[in-house]
Design a protein around this ligand. Structure first.
Ligand code: ADP
Ligand code: MG
Length: 704
């Protein structure tokens, strides 16, 4: 295999160069060469390319090899230089060696040249072993360099001291260094990298590679500062070049401008941060569940609701880890693990959400007490949306703490009920007032009428008595006249007989006998009638008791019943018979007007029930009174249509009526209940069988 060598000729003759080159080829060298003939050319060539050897003429015009020597001596890498000269002479050779040449050889003494080159190559550290082979390789294979130039990554190769021996186009563009300027420079001065935040130089890659003996990369956040101070984020990999013979021969750095990627990365991170901030700041608890109801993500609010410190890692937690389950004592693993726990509304709701492919809205968790850290009862509202994340079915669950709302609702319900009750009470009071007002009016009217009738009735009755007495007197006188008439007839006087016969005719004609007899009956009937009128008037006055409408006074229930019956007699008499069974009961302290009103309501209801039954025979109303130590009782029983079972608990409600409009107001029993129960500390009970009849029992305490 040919040994690769890069030779720079300082020569005035192209032919000489070709001769040497062809000889070298013969010796097995693969020669890469360049010929310069001026000092300037030499300088440029030395700057831009790497050489293994210089073969120089002794002089080209005024340009002496010594100038080349002094140029080389200023370089880091001292190049070996062989002078090939026409001048044969000890002095010239000594001068050359003295000045630092590697050898002095006469032109065409190729044999010596070959020996010299071989010696130099052996001695030369620069061109030793694999480094040289590397160079050979690069030089030999221009294509590789072209390839390196065409790739998108930056490639920089250094020698074992860390000086650059190659940088591709991308590297040149990124560092701002041209190949010629960069060659031979230490890596750190061309590939200037710093930490973006601290602005401190990043670790020297070459050193690190040397130290570790293996490939190394850059920390993220490292930027490459180019010559014009442009900064680029870079990622890099620096690997040692190990040669077979000499071990570490240099390093190859491959880097990439990741500024755009970094920017996108930053944007993604920012976006992610924003999303997380939004997720956390949402005023509702948010949880992402997988199909097994395990939590994949939880926002801060959910912990706030549960009164818990957020778990650092919420992955794989269950809902029971966040909310205390009241049944956790019955189940070792607590809520969210125990699928069978039927009492766990939250768990059930979440499972429903996780297994559903539909959106669930406003499913309130009820009947389950969830505890936060303060053992507060919580009401949770659950909304859920199925979503696909990483191709797998997940469920986003939104949990809202609606405890406050529920409390408000409860409070609202409470005050609503209070309002409702107040309204009913108001209605009742209003109706009662209206009714009482009416009653008082009717009572007053009745009392007034009774009073007005009572006066004329008084003198009519007394005139009647007087008239009856007068009639007795007339009758006695008439009897005396009749006796006298009989006596006169016995005298036998014809004239008298005629006169008496005229009188008898007149008597017959006027029907005097009948009149006299009938007058007796008339007086008897009229007396009865007048007495009845008197009773009714008294009944009316007593019933209305207008004087004590709102007062408590002594009251005889039996008397009350009698008076009430007088007043309603007209209502009853065509439909029902009244059977009274009034026991001897004590007088009580009561508002007589009001109790009479109750009796009237109950009796009228009984008559209505009998009428509604629609049967031909007369109905029967049984009214009885009784007492024990503490109470007096009155039972009013009818055999009317009875009350449907469904209605039994409604009949005391104001405005409940089964009667047609105009006939029933639905107020009678509610007022009666109020009078007996609230005003007299009593009870008003009902028993009824539909189709058979009803009985109402009034029970009033005696209160000595
Ligand atoms: N003795 C009774 N027999 C059958 N139903 C009755 C009787 N008393 C009351 N009720 C029922 O109770 C309802 C309410 O009675 P009430 O409060 O007096 O109002 P109203 O008589 O104006 O309907 C009546 O409409 C009727 O349905
Ligand atoms: Mg009624």
């Amino acid at each position: 295999m040919n040994k690769s060598i890069r030779v720079l000729f300082i020569s005035g003759s192209g032919e000489d160069v070709e001769n040497i080159q062809s000889e070298m080829w013969n010796w097995g060298f693969s020669v890469v060469s360049e010929r310069v003939s001026t000092y300037e050319e030499l300088r440029t060539e030395l700057k831009t390319r790497v050489w293994d050897l210089i073969i120089s003429d002794y002089a080209i015009g005024q340009f002496y090899f010594t100038e080349a020597i002094s140029l080389i001596s200023g370089m880091d890498n001292k190049l070996p230089l062989i002078v090939v000269s026409d001048y044969k002479g000890e002095e010239c050779m000594l001068e050359a060696i003295e000045k630092g040449c590697s050898d002095y050889i006469l032109k065409n003494d190729f044999k010596r040249l070959r020996l010299s080159i071989n010696r130099i190559l052996k001695e030369s550290a620069v061109c030793s072993g694999h480094e040289k082979m590397m160079m050979e390789c690069f030089e030999d294979n221009k294509r590789l360099l072209d390839t390196l130039d065409s790739i998108g990554d930056g490639v920089i190769i250094t020698d074992k001291k860390g000086n650059i021996i190659m940088l591709n186009k991308v590297s040149q563009a990124c560092t701002g260094w041209m190949q010629q300027e960069a060659l031979g420079k230490p890596l750190s001065s061309v590939f200037r990298i710093i930490d973006k935040t601290s602005r401190l130089p990043a670790e020297n890659l070459q050193d690190k590679v040397l130290m570790q003996g293996k490939a190394t990369g850059l920390k993220s956040n490292t930027v490459l500062v180019s010559k014009d101070c442009t900064e680029r984020y870079v990622s890099a990999n620096c690997a040692p070049i190990i040669t077979e013979y000499n071990g570490f021969a240099g390093a190859i750095l491959i880097f990439r401008d990741i500024t755009r990627i970094k920017r996108i990365e930053d944007e993604i991170i920012n976006e992610q941060r924003n999303l997380t901030a939004m997720f956390d700041a949402a005023p509702v608890g948010m949880l992402l569940f997988d199909q097994n109801a395990a939590i994949r993500k939880a926002n801060s609010t959910i912990y706030y609701i549960a009164g818990k410190e957020p778990f650092k890692q919420s992955d794989n937690k269950r809902i029971g880890d966040i909310f205390k389950c009241p049944n956790r004592n019955n189940c070792a693993e607590g809520c969210g693990y125990c699928r069978e726990c039927v009492s766990c509304g939250l768990n059930i709701a979440l499972q429903k959400a996780c297994s559903s492919d539909k959106i669930i809205i406003n499913s309130d968790v009820q009947h389950t007490v969830f505890m936060n850290e303060d053992n507060m009862k919580l009401w949770l509202r659950i909304n859920s949306v199925p979503i696909i994340i990483d191709t797998e079915q997940h469920t986003l669950v939104i949990i809202d703490d609606i405890t406050g709302l529920k409390q408000l609702q409860e409070e609202l319900k409470g005050s609503n009920e209070e309002l409702q009750n107040a309204l009913i009470e108001l209605q009742r009071t209003q109706n009662h007032l209206i009714q009482q007002e009416k009653l008082a009016g009717i009572g007053q009217l009745a009392a007034g009428v009774a009073h007005e009738i009572n006066n004329p009735l008084g003198f009519v009755m007394s005139n009647f008595e007087t008239s009856k007495n007068y009639f007795e007197k007339y009758k006695r006188i008439l009897d005396a006249y009749r006796y006298l008439k009989d006596e006169l007839l016995n005298l036998g006087d014809k004239n008298i007989e005629i006169k008496i016969s005229d009188i008898n005719d007149l008597e017959r004609k006027e029907n005097m006998q009948f009149i006299t007899e009938d007058l007796e009956d008339l007086f008897k009937d009229s007396k009865e009638g007048l007495e009845r009128i008197g009773k009714i008037i008294t009944g009316l006055r007593l019933f209305s008791r207008v004087d004590q409408q709102n007062d408590i006074a002594e009251y005889d229930l039996n008397e009350g019943i009698q008076n009430t019956l007088i007043v309603v007699n007209n209502e009853i008499k065509y439909y029902a018979a009244v059977e009274e069974n009034l026991q001897n009961i004590p007088i009580i302290q009561a508002n007589g007007g009001q109790i009479n009103q109750v009796l009237l309501n109950l009796i009228v209801n009984a008559v209505h029930a009998i009428k509604s039954k629609g049967i031909e025979e007369m109905g029967l109303i049984k009214i009885s009174t009784s007492c024990d130590d503490k109470f007096i009782y009155c039972c009013i029983e009818d055999n009317g249509e009875g009350i449907a079972e469904d209605n039994l608990n409604k009949i005391f409600d104001p405005f409940f009526t089964t009667k047609s409009i105009g006939k029933g107001t639905g107020l009678g029993l509610s007022i009666s209940y109020d009078i007996i129960v609230n005003k007299h500390d009593g009870e008003l009970q009902v028993k009824s069988t539909q189709g058979v009849g009803s009985s109402f029992i009034i029970k009033i305490p005696i209160h000595e």
